[in-house]
Design a protein around this ligand. Structure first.
Ligand SMILES: NC(=O)c1ccc[n+]([C@@H]2O[C@H](COP(=O)([O-])OP(=O)(O)OC[C@H]3O[C@@H](n4cnc5c(N)ncnc54)[C@H](O)[C@@H]3O)[C@@H](O)[C@H]2O)c1
Length: 407
């Protein structure tokens, strides 16, 4: 039985690592130690996991006493690097949530520490385990559509989910790197992975056109808002885990989970478009919209020399009749449909599969290369970091030199 410790008693940590380990792989791994600045949140984990979980006041002390097989990093994004580096320096492998980090300087520091330590950082990119991306990856790898020349990737979130990022720490660039880092690291990674290529140039546009508008704000938080029933972004207090982790713990650090998403003291964008040129010549045209009214999902068109893949995915709650599939066109107007399996579990069933691979040794050959290393984590984050720079300074960013420095 392998032993793991956690830094960051987050909602994501509980639902991804703790729950999936307990539900699917209890005989393979256990979480034995937890550290977070907020002790109330650690207590929530302990209450649910049991006496086998020890709460620590000090991160290094936890490593010294637990001597884990790996350290799981699930704090807010801006602190990932700190714990990744401290764990590596103490000689431990690290499993970190995305984005690996949110600035280029932190990327460099992580790679340097990893190289020095001889230990390994794995980034949990669950998108690589979603049936649609697995299917698309297999088709591209089979050569059916030939060399990829162009990709259009549109991603949209509804106002409940999109607004959620304006309610808490994500709403500040310094915490999350904005959505082009926090969210799009998934999308850029999956494209890098499918293409098996590296980005060389990035340019972007971004602004905030929907959230952060004081005229739409009627209270500082959802709990106290007189317009709850009219608001498409209203955060209720009906989820038990939310209540315990957030509302029941805010007295300790003032972390308000349901801040009004229309308060103007935010500095991230809700409306973004990015162009990425790859070494092999392909161009990715990507957009991210956080205030959609057609549910949430994505549309992806991958055009190769010999064929085109078209995927339209919507959240099942937005369209229960939607049959998940993608189409492959290999001749004008003619296409084959590839149905996709419907898996159980969060994020389209990707989370349990990823946990099975990381913690239970399932799929050890990893023929598709689904387990992402720090390099992949950094390259995908770097596209977002550079896109932010491009937006701020109105310039195109050259990535080749930056990527060479982290190789
Ligand atoms: N892969 C996915 O699908 C997915 C989905 C959601 C979140 N995530 C990632 O998971 C992580 C957690 O997200 P969440 O929304 O569940 O977070 P959260 O807000 O629920 O919790 C963050 C925790 O980090 C702790 N923390 C903050 N600074 C710290 C520090 N310096 N030292 C120790 N602890 C600190 C906070 O006290 C809090 O308990 C993030 O990195 C996020 O990007 C990934």
């Amino acid at each position: 039985m392998k032993r793991y410790v956690i830094v960051g008693a987050s909602f994501r940590c509980y639902t991804m690592f703790v729950e999936n380990l307990l539900d699917y792989y209890p005989e393979h791994g256990e979480i034995t130690g937890i550290y977070d600045l907020n002790k109330t949140r650690c207590e929530v984990f302990k209450k649910r996991v049991g006496e086998g979980l020890t709460i620590y006041d000090d991160f290094e002390n936890m490593l010294d006493l637990e001597k884990p097989d790996a350290v799981i990093v699930t704090t807010t994004d801006a602190f990932h690097h700190e714990y990744i580096i401290r764990a590596l320096n103490k000689g431990y492998d690290v499993i970190t949530e995305k984005p690996i980090t949110n600035t280029y300087e932190k990327c460099l520091a992580i790679r340097e520490a990893e190289k020095k330590s001889g230990k390994k950082v794995t980034v949990t990119f669950n998108c690589r385990f979603m049936p649609a991306f697995v299917g698309i990856k297999e088709i591209v790898a089979s050569g059916k559509i030939g060399k990829i020349l162009s990709i259009n990737y549109e991603y949209f979130l509804n106002r409940w989910h999109g607004g959620d990022y304006f309610k808490r720490w994500h709403r500040l660039m310094e915490n999350s790197g904005g959505m082009l880092v926090h969210k799009s690291t998934h999308h850029f990674d999956v494209m890098n992975w499918i293409l098996e290529d590296e980005p060389v140039k990035v340019s972007a546009l971004g602004n905030r056109v929907f959230y952060g508008d004081q005229s739409k704000s009627f209270a500082t938080r959802c709990k106290d808002c007189p317009k709850q029933s009219d608001c498409q972004s209203y955060k209720s207090q009906t989820v038990e885990l939310d209540n315990e982790l957030y509302f029941g713990a805010e007295h300790e650090d003032g972390y308000i989970r349901d801040k009004c998403c229309y308060l103007p003291d935010t500095n991230i964008y809700d409306n973004m478009s990015v162009s990425v040129l790859y070494k092999g010549g392909a161009i990715l045209t990507y957009s991210l919209n956080l205030f959609s009214l057609r549910g949430e999902g994505s549309k992806i068109v991958i055009t190769g020399e010999k064929g085109v893949i078209v995927y339209e995915g919507v959240s099942p709650s937005d369209n229960p009749d939607h049959t998940p599939c993608f189409k492959v066109f290999t001749d004008e107007g003619k296409f084959e449909t590839y149905p996709l399996p419907v898996l159980k579990g969060r994020h389209g069933g990707a989370d349990p599969v990823l946990v099975g691979m990381l913690f239970a040794g399932e799929n050890p050959e990893d023929k598709l290369g689904q387990c992402a290393d720090s390099f992949a984590g950094i390259v995908s984050a770097l596209i977002g970091i550079s896109a932010n720079e491009s937006i701020a300074n109105g310039v195109q960013i050259d990535l080749a030199e930056r990527i060479d420095k982290i190789r």
